[in-house]
Design a protein around this ligand. Structure first.
Ligand SMILES: C[S@@+](CC[C@H](N)C(=O)[O-])C[C@H]1O[C@@H](n2cnc3c(N)ncnc32)[C@H](O)[C@@H]1O
Length: 353
């Protein structure tokens, strides 16, 4: 047991923190949304700010402020001095100003919070029971393009935040030997395809995605002037017999296979393998839980797995690289090279037939 030496009094304190964690989370959301964190931070050079001053400035009742700030203080998010003036702690600062914390909080609140209530049923039924909070789909990807604007914004900011960091470095790797034709499987909004066209004037990209996303991607490609180099093909990998054409130099699957169960991943990789010749390379870019340098990154990924369970599709997760190696082999492919820490959290596996 890792925490064998923890004192009982500390263990019970940790247990209560977990028992009431949604309360603290929603308090933090309110402290951000109501502008309380911003004001407390702005007043730091004046030695902090009292509840009465915050109340006057933001027109929020002192009662409301007291309940939010009391739990924030006992959770080390804010500090109160002997003159009852509040300041942000380092934790409070990161909760309000760190970009990763920002996308994680919005994603948790807008996309996951209500759906997670159905986690227990999702595990029992092996279905994303929380998805019914948004619509009557079997996976979130079917409804992605039609989600409410606030929810959609949080979903895309979360998705892009993690891939954007990696894309820049990935492009360098991908274009070491410039490919002529790239297939972007799960090309989403077309962001990566557009970056490829900007990087190299000769490359063409074909995006494969569900109809809703593909339409958005091709519209974006056109508005960036790349309609002659970015094409697309509708596909549903969960359909009976999905197929892709031959002819790619590189097949690119970024943050895509984690949307599927192990059996589905093998099926997708086999279809890709069938379209490959001996020169085609298949690039898988993922944030594997066993390839993280920091515990906080691994923890965030393990939390994201529960989003897949309760909301996205009910059967996928953030995988370990070790699990993927086995699936790649089952599909008749071989990992030729592994590149770690792409944009810090991602790993690229370059595979061949
Ligand atoms: C998490 S996004 C990854 C987007 C992008 N590749 C990136 O790295 O940011 C997953 C993509 O897979 C697509 N997708 C999910 N399920 C699918 C399915 N059954 N058939 C085809 N595409 C699917 C989604 O529409 C979405 O564009």
């Amino acid at each position: 047991m890792k925490n064998k030496t923890i004192k009982a009094i500390d263990a019970i304190q940790e247990a209560q923190k977990i028992a009431f964690s949604p309360f603290l989370f929603q308090s933090v959301v309110s402290l951000r949304k109501l502008g309380i964190f911003d004001l407390v931070f702005e007043k730091r050079n004046e030695g902090g700010v009292t509840i009465d001053e915050i109340s006057k400035e933001l027109s929020i009742s002192t009662y409301g402020l007291s309940v939010l700030l009391e739990i924030a203080e006992s959770s080390d998010v804010v500090d109160k001095d002997e003159n009852n003036k509040y300041e942000l702690t380092k934790i409070g600062y990161f909760l309000n100003y760190n970009e990763t914390a920002n996308v994680n909080i919005n994603f948790t609140n807008e996309v996951c919070y209500k759906g997670l209530f159905h986690l227990n049923d999702s595990i029992k039924n092996e279905k994303p029971e929380g998805l019914k909070e948004f619509g009557n789909w079997s996976t979130i990807y079917e409804g992605l393009a039609s989600l409410d604007p606030e929810i959609k914004k949080a979903w895309f900011e979360f998705d892009h935040h993690y891939s954007d960091y990696a894309f820049e470095e990935a492009l360098e790797i991908l274009f070491e030997k410039p490919p002529k034709i790239i297939y972007d499987i799960g090309g989403n909004t077309g962001k990566f395809a557009i970056s490829c066209c900007k990087k190299n004037k000769d490359v063409s990209i074909k995006i494969f995605d569900l109809p809703g996303q593909l339409k958005v991607a091709l519209t974006n490609a056109k508005s960036n002037g790349f309609e002659d180099r970015i094409s697309g093909s509708e596909i549903d990998w969960l359909s009976e017999n999905p197929q892709i054409t031959k002819g790619a130099d590189i097949i690119w699957l970024s943050q895509f296979l984690d949307c599927f169960s192990k059996d589905e991943i093998v099926k997708i990789l086999k279809v890709c393998a069938d379209s490959m010749d001996k020169n085609t390379e298949l690039y898988i870019m993922e944030t594997f839980t066993d390839r993280q340098r920091f515990d906080s990154a691994r923890f965030s990924l393990e939390a994201t797995s529960l989003y897949f369970t309760a909301i996205a599709n009910g059967n996928s997760k953030m995988y370990k690289a070790a699990e993927f190696e086995d699936l790649i082999e089952q599909a008749g492919l071989e990992v030729r090279k592994e590149i770690r820490q792409v944009g810090e959290n991602h790993t690229i596996l370059i595979c061949k037939k």
